[in-house]
Design a protein around this ligand. Structure first.
Ligand code: WTA
Length: 683
């Protein structure tokens, strides 16, 4: 499985000073630990678990599971009998056991340069306890679901940890999602409470978040399923809707006269008023290992997002261990992950992984390009960041502006660079490695998914010789395989479906409210395996290379979107009878959306309609799903059985005339028409 030897030439090695003192200092050590993690998981994870607080110890097997649908229901159970609390481990345990009360947990850097705030572990614990008491006071109990729709502020971390403290299940919805998407997620998770903020700035753009949240809540009411309460944080407004209480975050420096903050006294509660009188003490709820911790929605190929459910103990161990080893975390590190907490990367590698390790992190509200192209490097310099984690799309975006904005600031504090979200093209890898890291920092290309909870294929910075563009080898406890279309495991250099043969502690446990969908999506195609939905190649040295999605999923700027989701947003427009969406390579975003729309008889295609359709997709899903290209398609290429041939549409979107075998096409005359109607901007 893991090669005996890895090449020493034409690969990149970590510098000696990083190797010294690294948790996993060389490939031999990685192999030894990997074998132990597979052969004696009880011992491997048992040693790790000793660093955590358990109210009661586990009694059953470390991992008990069924991965084979033909043998019964799929289940994964970790550390049966143990009780703990992840918030207690992240805060109280670090403060009392490791004496980290005065250590900075977060340097918060706002959208506007100069908006900043420092929070220590002790301060964070106090804020979390107060808010946990607030949650209890509004009736939230263990097991209840709470939706959180907030910008990147410290209070977002406070809200999620407060839920975890009382055993409530958070469901964070990325603040770039539309009212419709928020509504859909609230309904699916049956939340009784929504936590939001008045608004925030994204670069120059003001987002009236409460306005969008209210729209979502109205849709719930219209469906006859009202959400009882909505707690709103005042992040931007100095005018307090119902009280003059002070905000823990400094008010934004930028005036915001256009901010709209509707207020419904029947439902709305002010964060600050509630927190003001709350106690700083809150005994954690001791949760069983398999109690739910959070739900996070991810795109599904049928269009309806799936509520990926993670549970307490396994997720905690996995997020903490991957963070520690993949970034080779050291106590004096200043770590910065640029993701949004609304995605899994933020859950595992801004909140839970760093905090359970007692790390100091930067929490950034703004954009890499605002107010200028140097912002990221200015922040790296300002806080002397040592470990930096971002997405290939951000690297490609900044690459376009050359090395000057990077070199304006010192980056000699940096030790490890990471990427996540999509395959990184070797050119972007080289730029990241050479220009940003000045050839002194290993680049950890971490492959994982919302479903996997943490990194599953990844280099360890001091141990794994790197190849640009390869996520290299499995993390501890993870057993990958490559299957062909008939489900046979391929050996040696090969390409096919990436699957995993057994669970690791951090794998998702179910799709919230729909276990059958969980089994059908991940376990049906190849019984006995978890199917990632990604293609993968293994080279002659045993390195894994992710080749991209092989299902109807698109990866736009590191965010997964399903073609079905975008298509259904388009056909809801009265002028559209049918739509087909495919990906087209994009130099910055990785992939962009190319939409083919068939209009109902008698409606003429126009640029006004095109703008309306793009707007419709934004409203239904959010700005990340805005189509880049759209074209009129009076006919779509279909098989005789009526299936749209997306393969052909992908070629048309790319303007590639060699269509391969089109003998199954029912009406070949549509092809010329589609080429003639191509979107003129898609050159
Ligand atoms: C893709 C994000 C190649 C992949 C953590 C996966 C990657 C999907 C990488 C999950 C990587 C993520 N190399 N592809 N290093 N990281 N992906 O659920 O297609 O938002 O299935 O989780 O992103 O996206 P998700």
């Amino acid at each position: 499985m893991i090669p005996d030897k890895v090449p020493q030439e034409d690969v990149y090695h970590a510098p000696q000073d990083l190797v010294k003192g690294a948790h996993v200092p060389n490939f031999e050590k990685y192999k030894e630990l990997y074998l132990k993690s597979i052969q004696s998981p009880e011992e491997f994870w048992g040693d790790i678990a000793k660093d955590f607080f358990w109210k009661t110890k586990h009694t059953g097997k470390f991992l008990d599971y069924n991965f084979d649908v033909t043998k019964g229901n799929i289940y994964i159970q970790c550390m049966e009998g143990a009780t703990t609390n992840i918030c207690y481990n992240a805060l109280d345990w670090n403060i009392h056991q490791r004496n980290l009360g005065d250590k900075v947990a977060f340097y918060w850097e706002g959208n506007e340069p100069g908006d900043e705030l420092k929070v220590t572990y002790r301060e964070l614990l106090h804020q979390v306890c107060k808010f946990a008491n607030v949650l209890k006071s509004v009736g939230v109990r263990k097991g209840d679901r709470v939706s959180i729709y907030m910008p990147m502020v410290v209070e977002l971390v406070v809200a999620m940890l407060a839920c975890a403290r009382i055993g409530a299940v958070h469901s964070i919805v990325f603040a770039g999602f539309s009212a419709e998407s928020l509504f859909e997620r609230i309904m699916d998770s049956q939340c009784s409470l929504l936590i939001t903020a008045d608004g925030f700035y994204r670069g120059d753009k003001l987002i009236s978040l409460k306005l969008i949240a209210d729209d979502a809540l109205q849709r719930c009411r219209d469906k006859g399923v009202p959400v009882e309460k909505c707690i709103m944080l005042k992040h931007l407004s100095k005018e307090q809707p119902d009280s003059p209480a002070a905000s823990p975050s400094p008010p934004a420096k930028r005036p915001c006269p256009d901010l709209q903050v509707p207020w419904n006294p029947e439902v709305d509660l002010c964060w600050h008023t509630l927190v003001d009188g709350a106690s700083e003490e809150c005994e954690p709820e001791w949760c069983a290992s398999e109690d739910p911790l959070f739900i996070l929605y991810t795109s599904g190929s049928t269009g309806k997002p799936k509520g990926v459910l993670h549970t307490v103990s396994g997720y905690m161990l996995y997020a903490a261990t991957t963070f520690k080893l993949v970034f080779d975390y050291q106590p004096d590190d200043v770590y910065w992950c640029t993701a949004d907490i609304g995605w899994i990367t933020g859950h595992s590698y801004i909140t839970y992984g760093p905090l359970t390790n007692g790390a100091t992190s930067v929490l950034f509200e703004g954009l890499p390009t605002y107010p200028d192209m140097s912002r990221m490097w200015e922040i790296v310099d300002k806080y002397q960041v040592t470990k930096f984690y971002t997405a290939p799309t951000a690297i490609r975006l900044l690459m376009k502006y050359g090395s000057a904005p990077v070199q304006k600031f010192r980056r000699d504090s940096l030790k490890v660079l990471g990427t996540v979200g999509e395959p990184i093209n070797p050119e972007a890898w080289q730029w990241y490695y050479s220009v940003v890291g000045e050839k002194k920092c290993p680049v950890v290309d971490t492959f994982w998914q919302t479903e996997t909870g943490g990194h599953v294929l990844t280099p360890l910075p001091a141990a794994t010789p790197m190849k640009p563009g390869s996520a290299t080898f499995p993390f501890f406890g993870v057993v990958p395989a490559i299957l062909n279309e008939s489900g046979e495991e391929l050996e040696g250099p090969s390409e096919g479906y990436l699957v995993f043969k057994q669970p690791w502690p951090g794998i998702m446990r179910t799709v919230y409210g729909n276990h059958q969908r969980f089994e059908a999506t991940y376990f049906q195609k190849f019984p006995g395996y978890y199917v990632t939905g990604d293609g993968c190649r293994r080279d002659q040295d045993g390195y894994f290379w992710i080749t991209g999605r092989i299902d109807d999923m698109l990866n736009v700027s590191g965010h997964l979107l399903s073609t079905a989701e975008v298509e259904s947003a388009l056909v809801e427009h009265p002028a559209v009878s049918e739509a087909a969406v495919v990906g087209r390579p994009h130099p910055v975003k990785g992939e962009s959306l190319y939409c083919f729309v068939t209009l109902i008889d008698g409606v003429a295609y126009s640029t006004t309609l095109e703008t309306e359709l793009k707007q419709q997709v934004r409203e239904k899903i959010g700005a990340i799903a805005t189509p880049d290209y759209m074209q009129n398609a009076p006919g779509l290429p279909k098989t005789r059985s009526g299936k749209i041939m997306r393969r052909v549409l992908r070629k048309i979107a790319r303007n590639e005339r060699d269509l391969g075998d089109v003998s199954t096409l029912a009406d070949s005359s549509v092809i010329d028409q589609l080429f003639n109607n191509r979107c003129p901007t898609a050159v």
